[in-house]
Design a protein around this ligand. Structure first.
Ligand code: MN
Ligand code: MN
Length: 459
């Protein structure tokens, strides 16, 4: 018996031959990151992979029985996948992740010209350090709903032949005053304006703005008023890349939380005929509090489980969903803050997660005395710990920073509110919420394995 708790570096305990699997798995993960840079694109990619793996839209089903695979879409921004077990009311195994990431959203009336250039005004989405988003190549993704109701999709900046966009910053030569400001204030929210064009037309006034609107009208058939019913999101234009001489890490935008979204998705795609109903929930809006009808706090999750139960049971009633939730278990799949040697003093080394130490099991999140935390029970953490240990999962614990230094939350509390046993379990990242987040490939693969054994668990 091992008496001392001794977490280990995954590369030191990895099984023979598994390294190739880790690297191969991460190739697919990185392709998913490149395809799914926004919540809409990630949801579309999840649906594409679901269909490819034999999942059918729930609307097409007249009844459900063991082994059936279904998916439900939520307004193109969220997806729930399920494989039906022998009786869903006996409890489902749920892995829930989010597919939205911090980014720069266009304002409703975004376009203006200044000094013979045009810019888009923006309002950032989620918790960002604003200075990190200047002077990096940006791509624009989103939808525009035109006056006649037609919807057009916009993707520009991803291909090498596309132009990119950018938020400018001040040259150091003239930054004497700027450099005295705090990092919080040196770049302001209203200063995050995206440079868009610089050729005029022959309008009398606003000829640079006029020229760009002409160009956009030609390319997309839109007018300036159409921006009002648009969702345009600027995200880093770079692709996911291997990091380090040994390519052991991944540097990419949007790994919070598409690293858990992809590993959860892949886990359910690879689960074979589980005894308990297996569910993968991919939600939107986590970065702004899980609000709204596409966030985890919306009724979509409950409604879809109710839909499943009504297709399994001819006599559906409200008690069945309550019974289902009471008997269910959930891994809230979200990222954590890996200890960074450059910023060691914010972490409490005995409880903080480390890169490559495996998937992270986090009993509580929150801030200032666990506020806003789910705080999983000892019994449930014990159960998951046993499942992971029995199945050879390399895992670690992962508190988010030192007490009272800050904090954060996940979707865990909203799922737990439904009376579902829930614990946070995900991948530790370096530089979280930056345009270039870093994960360890071993941890990514271990998250996939952990979610898979959890979804297959029958105890
Ligand atoms: Mn997250
Ligand atoms: Mn986040």
């Amino acid at each position: 018996m091992q008496i001392k708790y001794q977490p280990k570096n995954g590369w030191e305990v990895i099984k023979k031959g598994e390294k190739d699997e880790v690297f191969a798995f991460c190739e697919h993960y990185m392709a998913f990151l490149d395809e799914g840079k926004t919540e809409r694109k990630a949801a579309a990619e999840a649906v594409r992979l679901a269909k490819l793996n034999g999942f059918s839209p729930i609307e097409n089903m007249k009844s459900l029985k063991k082994g059936d695979k279904i998916y439900a879409e939520n307004k193109e921004k969220g997806v729930l996948l399920a494989i039906i077990g022998s009786d869903t009311t006996k409890g489902a195994n749920i892995v829930a992740a989010h597919i939205d990431s911090p980014r720069i959203d266009f304002k409703q009336n975004p376009l203006y010209e200044d000094l013979d250039m045009t810019f888009f005004k923006t309002h950032y989405y989620g918790g960002i350090k604003k200075y990190q988003w200047t002077t990096i190549p940006l791509a624009i993704h989103g939808v525009i709903v035109k006056a006649d109701g037609t919807k057009i999709e916009v993707t520009i900046g991803e291909h090498d032949s596309d132009p990119i966009f950018c938020i400018t910053d001040l040259l150091p030569h003239l930054a004497e005053e700027q450099m005295k400001k705090t990092m919080k204030d040196a770049i302001t929210g209203e200063g995050l304006n995206i440079l868009a064009s610089s050729i005029p037309n022959d309008d009398e006034k606003e000829k640079f703005k006029g020229a760009l609107l002409e160009l956009l009208n030609k390319k997309y058939g839109i007018t300036e008023e159409d921006f009002i019913s648009a969702e345009l999101e600027a995200v880093p234009a770079h692709k996911a890349r291997d990091l380090g001489f040994d390519s052991s890490m991944i540097a990419a935008y949007g790994q919070d939380d598409r690293v858990c979204a992809y590993t959860a998705l892949k886990a359910i795609l690879d689960v074979n005929n589980p005894k308990k109903t297996a569910v993968c929930m991919l939600a939107d809006k986590e970065e702004v509090g899980s609000m709204g009808n596409t966030g985890m706090q919306s009724r979509f999750f409950e409604d879809t489980i109710a839909h499943i139960l009504s297709l399994e049971n001819k006599n559906y009633n409200d008690l069945l969903i309550r019974k289902t939730f009471k008997n269910s278990a959930c891994l809230s799949a979200d990222v954590g803050a890996a200890m960074d040697p450059n910023f060691k003093d914010v972490s409490e080394t005995q409880n903080a997660p480390k890169i490559n130490y495996g998937v992270m099991l986090t009993k509580y999140t929150g801030s200032r005395g666990k506020s806003g935390s789910n705080d999983a029970s000892a019994e449930f953490v014990g159960k998951i710990r046993k499942v992971f240990n029995d199945e050879g999962i390399v895992w670690q614990i992962g508190e988010l920073g030192k007490v009272d230094l800050g904090g954060g939350g996940t979707v865990a509390q909203f799922i737990a509110n439904l009376n579902i046993e829930t614990v946070d379990c995900g991948v530790p990242l370096l530089s979280m919420h930056s345009p270039l987040e870093i994960s360890g490939k071993f941890d990514v693969y271990m998250a996939y394995k952990a979610y898979k054994v959890f979804l297959e668990n029958n105890k």
